[in-house]
Structures are given as structure tokens and as C-alpha cells.
Design a binder for this molecule. Structure first.
Ligand code: HEM
Length: 468
């Protein structure tokens, strides 16, 4: 970073630095994001951290972060955690460099897969998967057991993206443990995160065992995806209109170009991973807050009752009408954006927020998890859970580009509407069916594996109404 930031010395850093290791005192390698959040509170809206000779600039103040959303001066930077995923996701949408032609190609081919019509088409499948979840929760309730929230949300979101996107059934709810695809995926995400916490020349030695395991994980992910693609090709089932169909069958509307077989593999892995891990966390945090704020849960439930009435099976449009439930979700994503940071680089020499000169290519991490808690933007009670922050009047009065759980600009999340529809639907169904009781002993602990998840969250259920 040094070369890219001519006035780096003006950016504050932690007080104690070791010559070779950098700012490793008092750090927790398993929780780099929460570590950075602590530093942010000490050091202010823009700061730097040094690890193993490399300097990283973090931005979280409302003003400099909003400045970085200016697409004419900044673009996505593929670095750190994202770059570490290149061995598995290659030039798939999420990990592609801005200049790689496969980004635009895949973006244009797949964007219609997230249109309103496409989403309405996924809705019945999303409902069916949610039905598996409530069947499972009904059984747990009958057995007097608390439910494993992150585990079950992961099953739900993996099944949802796999079935709606690829016509594939992992059978997650029929298995006692998570599907090996999830274990391999978590393994590879955790490994990608660990790579940031060891000096890169030493990584091959320090992580030798882990690196071998990682290769096995990647091989497993590839095999799973290759099987899935082979099945689709063998079935000759074109015209399903799902994401896999678009990847295999659709030519670019202008150039007529198609995705290569290798690129399809990268995209399928990308979507299976990006399409479930973060949504699972978002649902889990939302359920945590709902269980801790009975007044919020009551209001959300009243809305579900009013909007859905006696409709046994809510329709697509009835989900969008759950405005307050959506706010609950937004507020959970504010406090714990499950993709907690994204990186931006200067397209040309520029000055960040009128203060910090940056050369072309210089980059910084936008620490969303802290941007969403900047008291200048969110007020002195920024740490408090309050969905009313997202009522339309409050939103209008806030500075733009200060709520960024889905990233920003051309490289923002393509699956945003998918995630929001799925999560709102599921929260609606769960609120209508159960009362959620927290475990009084539970204290929120957040685990990190590039994404965030409430660790060990269990809830006790009570059946609320007798619906069919
Ligand atoms: C990109 C967050 C759900 C697919 C991103 C980015 C963020 C994000 C922050 C930008 C990363 C960057 O700038 O480096 C989330 C969150 C989700 C979610 C918080 C759930 C609550 C989904 C879903 C899908 C998906 C459901 C697919 C069905 C993608 C893809 C990209 C992406 C493919 C890369 C887009 C591109 O660069 O063109 N997501 N995401 N995400 N997301 Fe999501």
C-alpha cells in the first residue's frame, strides 16, 4: 500500500508495531474483522494495520466510505480474501478482475436470472424448501429440543440456491450432519481467510497440512459441480430457465458468445457458495435479534398476519409487502453485514474525501461492519437494534452510500433481490408459525470465515397457531 498512498504517514495506526510482524499484538487471528472493528473504534474513520510487512488501509467513516462509492473514481479491488478464493472460483463473477472479459459476459448472461420474473419463478421452490425447514422444526419442537439456528439456516439456504439455481437436491434436511459440500466449502473459506494471517513466503510451510486439505476440499467442490453439470446435460433438460440453464445454453445477447465449460464450473461454485453462506448468516442474526426483542417480533408478526391473513401459501407479491419484516432484516444486516468488508481501488490518481491522496491502483478495505455503526451517520445509539432506522422517512434523511451490505457499483451483489426475497419469506413463515424463545445464557459470539455467523445460536420454539 505504501507506494499508492503518498501521505500514508497521516493515517493513524495501532501504537505498538513489531519490526517484522507488524500490528499483531493483541490480535485474534480467528476474528480479523472483529479485531479491525476494535482498532476502528480506537483509531477513527480511516486507519491502517500492518501485518507481515504489508500495510492495509481501512475506511469506515460515513464520509470517506461514501466517497469510495463514486464509480467514476473507484472500482472493486480483488485482493486479500477475495483473491485467495481465485484457486477455487477463478474468473467466476465474484472473484473476476474488472478487466477479465468473462466478467461482463457472465454478468450479462446471468443478470436476467435475477429479474422480477425470474424471482417469481423461484418463489414456489423457495416455499417448498422452507417447508422442509418447518417440518424439521416441528419435529424438534415436538421432541422438546432447541433448534440449531445457523446449522438449519445453512441447510435452508444451500437447498434454496441449489434447487432454484441448478435443479439439484443436496438432501440437507434428510442428513444428520451438514452435506460434505458445506464442509468442503467452509474448509476452503476458512483456509482463504487464514492465508491473510501468515506471511506469504512462509504460507506453504506453516499451512502445509491445511493446504493439502484445502486442495482436497477444492477437488471435492469441483467433482460435485461437474456431476451436477453432467446430470443436466444428460437429462437434455434445456429450457428450465434456471441459472444453470442460462450458463449452459444462453449466448450473449449482442456478441453471441457463450461461457466455456471451465467458466461454467467456476460460476456454479461461485453461486453455490455466494448464494447461501451470507444469506444463512443474515437469517441467523435476524432470528437472534427477533428472539431478544419481543416487541419487534410482535410487530413483525402482526404485519405477517395482516398481510397474509388466512392464505395458507403466501404468493410472491405478498412477500414484498412485508415492509417491517424487511426492516428487521436490514437492521440485522446493518449491525452484522455478513459479508463484512469489500475492497475498492482508485481508477486514477485521486484524493479520498478531499484529504488522502491515492495513486491509481491504490486500494482500501471498506469496513462495512463499522460504516454501519458510524455515530455520525446512525446517531449516538448506533449499536442499538432498531428496525425503525429503515422506515422510509429515516432512510431519506440519511446520507447516501452509508448502508452497503451488498457492496456497491457495478460489482455489487447480483443476488441481492434473491437473498432478500428468500430471507423475508422465511422470516414471515417462521414468525407466523412459532414464538421464538432465546436461551437466557446465550451471549452473541460471532465466528468468522470470511463471512460472519452467530456461533452456537440455539432457540427454543413454541408453536403459535395451528396452521395446515
Ligand atoms: C457480490 C453480499 C447473497 C451472489 C457480493 C458483494 C457483497 C455481497 C458485499 C460484493 C463483494 C465485493 O465487492 O467484493 C451478499 C450478502 C448476501 C448475498 C450480504 C445475503 C444476505 C447472494 C446471493 C447470491 C449472491 C443469494 C446468488 C444467488 C453474488 C455474486 C457476487 C456477489 C455472484 C459477485 C457479483 C459481481 O462481482 O459481479 N455479495 N450477497 N449473493 N454476490 Fe452476494
Amino acid at each position: 500500500a505504501e507506494q499508492g498512498w503518498p501521505e500514508l504517514h497521516r493515517i493513524p495506526h495501532p501504537p505498538h508495531r513489531l519490526p517484522l510482524l507488524g500490528d499483531v499484538l493483541g490480535t485474534d487471528r480467528r476474528a480479523p474483522v472483529q479485531d479491525s472493528m476494535r482498532y476502528a473504534r480506537q483509531l477513527g474513520p480511516i486507519f491502517r494495520r500492518k501485518a507481515f510487512g504489508k500495510e492495509f488501509v481501512f475506511v469506515w467513516g460515513g464520509e470517506p466510505a461514501a466517497d469510495m462509492a463514486d464509480e467514476s473514481r473507484f472500482a472493486k479491488h480483488v485482493g486479500l480474501g477475495v483473491a485467495n478464493l481465485r484457486p477455487v472460483a477463478g474468473d467466476g463473477l465474484f472473484t473476476a478482475y474488472n478487466h477479465e472479459p468473462n466478467w461482463q459476459l457472465a454478468h450479462d448472461v446471468l443478470a436476467p436470472g435475477f429479474s422480477r420474473e425470474a424471482m417469481a419463478g423461484y418463489h414456489p421452490m423457495m416455499l417448498a424448501v422452507a417447508g422442509r425447514l418447518t417440518d424439521h422444526w416441528d419435529r424438534e419442537l415436538a421432541a422438546g429440543r432447541a433448534v440449531d439456528v445457523p446449522g438449519d439456516m445453512t441447510k435452508l439456504t444451500l437447498e434454496t440456491i441449489a434447487r432454484t439455481g441448478f435443479g439439484h437436491d443436496f438432501g440437507s434436511f434428510e442428513r444428520p450432519r451438514l452435506h460434505p459440500f458445506v464442509t468442503a466449502m467452509v474448509g476452503t473459506l476458512t483456509y482463504a481467510q487464514r492465508l491473510n494471517t501468515v506471511p506469504s513466503p512462509l504460507a506453504p510451510y506453516l499451512l502445509r497440512g491445511a493446504s493439502r486439505r484445502n486442495e482436497a476440499d477444492i477437488a471435492y467442490l469441483n467433482r460435485t459441480v461437474d456431476d451436477l453439470v453432467r446430470d443436466r446435460r444428460a437429462s437434455g433438460d434445456g429450457g428450465v430457465g434456471d441459472l444453470l440453464d442460462r450458463m449452459l445454453e444462453t449466448a450473449h445477447p449482442e456478441t453471441g458468445e457463450r461461457l466455456s465449460a471451465e467458466n461454467v464450473r467456476r460460476q456454479v461454485i461461485t453461486f453455490l457458495v455466494a448464494g447461501h453462506e451470507t444469506t444463512s448468516g443474515a437469517l441467523s442474526f435476524a432470528l437472534h435479534y427477533l428472539s431478544r426483542h419481543p416487541e419487534v417480533a410482535a410487530r413483525a408478526r402482526a404485519e405477517v398476519d395482516a398481510v397474509w391473513g388466512d392464505t395458507e401459501v403466501p404468493g410472491y407479491d405478498q412477500v414484498a409487502k412485508l415492509r417491517y419484516v424487511r426492516r428487521v432484516l436490514d437492521e440485522a444486516l446493518r449491525l452484522w453485514p455478513t459479508a463484512p468488508a469489500f475492497a475498492r481501488e482508485a481508477r486514477e490518481d485521486t484524493v479520498l474525501a478531499g484529504e488522502h491522496p491515492m495513486r491509481r491502483g491504490a486500494w482500501a478495505l471498506v469496513l462495512t461492519a463499522m460504516l454501519h455503526r458510524d455515530p455520525e451517520v446512525w446517531g449516538p445509539d448506533a449499536e442499538r437494534f432498531d428496525p425503525d432506522r429503515f422506515d422510509p422517512k429515516a432512510v431519506r434523511s440519511r446520507a447516501p452510500h452509508t448502508f452497503k451490505p451488498f457492496g456497491t457499483g457495478a460489482r455489487a451483489c447480483i443476488g441481492r433481490q434473491f437473498a432478500l426475497h428468500e430471507a423475508t419469506l422465511v422470516l414471515g413463515l417462521l414468525l407466523r408459525r412459532y414464538d421464538l424463545r432465546p436461551d437466557p445464557e446465550y451471549r452473541l459470539r460471532v465466528t468468522e470465515r470470511l463471512t460472519l455467523m452467530p456461533e452456537g445460536l440455539r432457540l427454543h420454539l413454541e408453536r403459535r397457531t395451528v396452521t395446515a
